[in-house]
Write a protein that binds this ligand. Sequence first.
Ligand code: ADP
Ligand code: MG
Length: 695
Amino acid sequence: MPRPFELDVLFRALTTLAGVGPKNAKLFEKLTGGSKILDLLFHKPVDFVDRRYMPKLKDAPNGKICTLEVRTEKHTPAPRRGLPYRVKGTDGTGSIDIIFFHANKGWIEKQLPIGEVRLISGKVEHYQGQAQMAHPDIIAKPDERESIQIVEPIYPMTAGLSHKIMRKALGSALGLIPELPEWQDASYKAKNKWPDWHEAMKALHTPESEKELEPSHPVRQRLAYDEFLANQLALALVRLKQRKKNGRSWQGPRALHQKLKSVLPFELTGAQKNALEEIDVDMKSPLKMLRLLQGDVGSGKTIVAAFAMMNVLECGAQAAIMAPTEILARQHAESFAPWLEALGITYITLTGRNKGKERDKILEQIKSGEAQVVIGTHALFQDDIAFKDLGLAVIDEQHRFGVHQRLQLSQKGKGTDVLVMTATPIPRTLTLTAYGDMEVSRLDEKPPGRKPVDTRLLPKEKIEEMTQAVARKIENGARVYWVCPLVEESEKLDLEAAEERYDVLKERFGDQVGLVHGRMKANEKDEVMANFAQGKLKILVSTTVIEVGVNVPEATVMIIEQAERFGLSQLHQLRGRVGRGAAKSFCFLVYASKLTETAKERLRIMRETEDGFVIAEKDLELRGGGEILGVRQSGLPTFKLADIEKHGELLAAARDDTKLILQKDENLTSERGQALKILLYLFEQDQGIKMLEAG
Ligand code: ADP
Ligand code: MG
């Protein structure tokens, strides 16, 4: 199904707009993340300047944006450096000093010729009884009045781009917005008093009051709802179509379950039992399972996955488990090994590192069914990998994969059940946007005997004292993670900070210190991690890229520098690296000495709770969805028009709407269905569209 032609114009490159050359197009792309006209149209203004107000000089109030009509009386060039160039203007009722710092004399003379009348627009300020305007935003001829006496939207900007260019590009882009068939339910739209889509898009870029900038304004609501609806509809389509493909009903004698239980050194927690019951119901049913197992770090997801695997293994089928990184895949293999071996189950690992003959051999074992369990990375869904009979695909730390990859692995088998595990304790609203295609089981209870991590806040001036304490702990056998500040959104700078810290620590602790960062090759990274796990290294300095899920029970100290720069969820993830063994663990959150109240409040939450869900909700509350560092990095969907925090109710409504839509018209063939297809294209929900094509 090709993209509906009505949308073509929005998908053209920005360079097709008059006045946008390749250079500006690059800047727009940097700003909006895309190079299409639509990307620019989805860039929301955050404020506006009202230039309609045109008082006489005697009435121009202090501190207000005004557009003034003045005659230039006199130029007074800057008497010396550091002082401004002054131009005196009058309008018969009063006078104003128009001032310029570091300005070019010739340019000013041309802009404001003596004796001529000009329109100037900018902020008026009263200084010792004299009206002033520093660097007018606009200087224009009187006949240009109509084009400047307007309300100008203000956008988030990027260096090198001016509002003038922005307005010009948007001006042309707005003229291209097509009228599209309505995809919203007519009565819902009427009830909310929402405008049509094309009207809403235009109104978005022409705010004239504070109200119009608020998330609760009908224009913003309508557009947010559209975006949520596209997201929910695509996920629901994936789910519906996946589920319709026949799943299989796994009903074995459960002998393996009994055996596995008998080799476990512990009892399952209540939460684990509940999750397993839900999983068993899914797997027994002839429908395909698509379930998310959400549980904080250390909540015991692995064993739940192992039990789920037994369902298919005892029916003679295979199970696969996929982790996002090499290290994690190997670690899974290690944790599964004792259980699988005790049960006489054969398993194999496959990652990007297996090459040539070795890889061929592994592939053969997967194909023949000799390998009952396959543990690996995304190497598992390469085209040439065929399973004899893949019954269950377990995907760990899913947030690093996408819907698309989730599908890819499950398509390696017929009616393969899918269990996704994630340790990111995302709030419920976000769960809906990312996993709306799945049922959710939550492990909200930790295995008994966990010691809380002693979390302390520490100003950076105390780093030396802390280092001394760390030295003592190391002498007693402790291992330490040392996470370096996120300086900027630049890997290079992050790295420099980490390297600096590494050098300092190296001087003091010598070969006991290692460094990992995102720019290292996978095998170099693995080696350092392995040395840390084995205790050859005592301190592991890293940028923020400590592998999620890495398990080194001997590590009992986590130090995070400039902790205030991290999202709470990310701090939580990092802290979850310690407190895994029998010894008491510590987490030091080192902060810059000047913290705002909110920043302090955030860090205090870390000290108060270790409940990932509480932390995630707070994080969302205090910073907003798109801002959560951990979330942005985790690849959860981000929204352009919707604000996940402020529009949460709309998301729930979009989900309900989606249910009704698909109940009535699952192939989207009705009139509204056709319009909804356009909506899917508009928000590039390709997965959803593919599902419709597949029928
Ligand atoms: P995660 O949810 O982070 O993947 P794991 O499955 O790795 O957590 O479990 C963390 C640790 O807790 C492992 O050492 C595991 O053996 C142990 N564990 C899991 N379930 C229980 C339980 N019910 N009682 C005691 N220990 C458990
Ligand atoms: Mg895990």
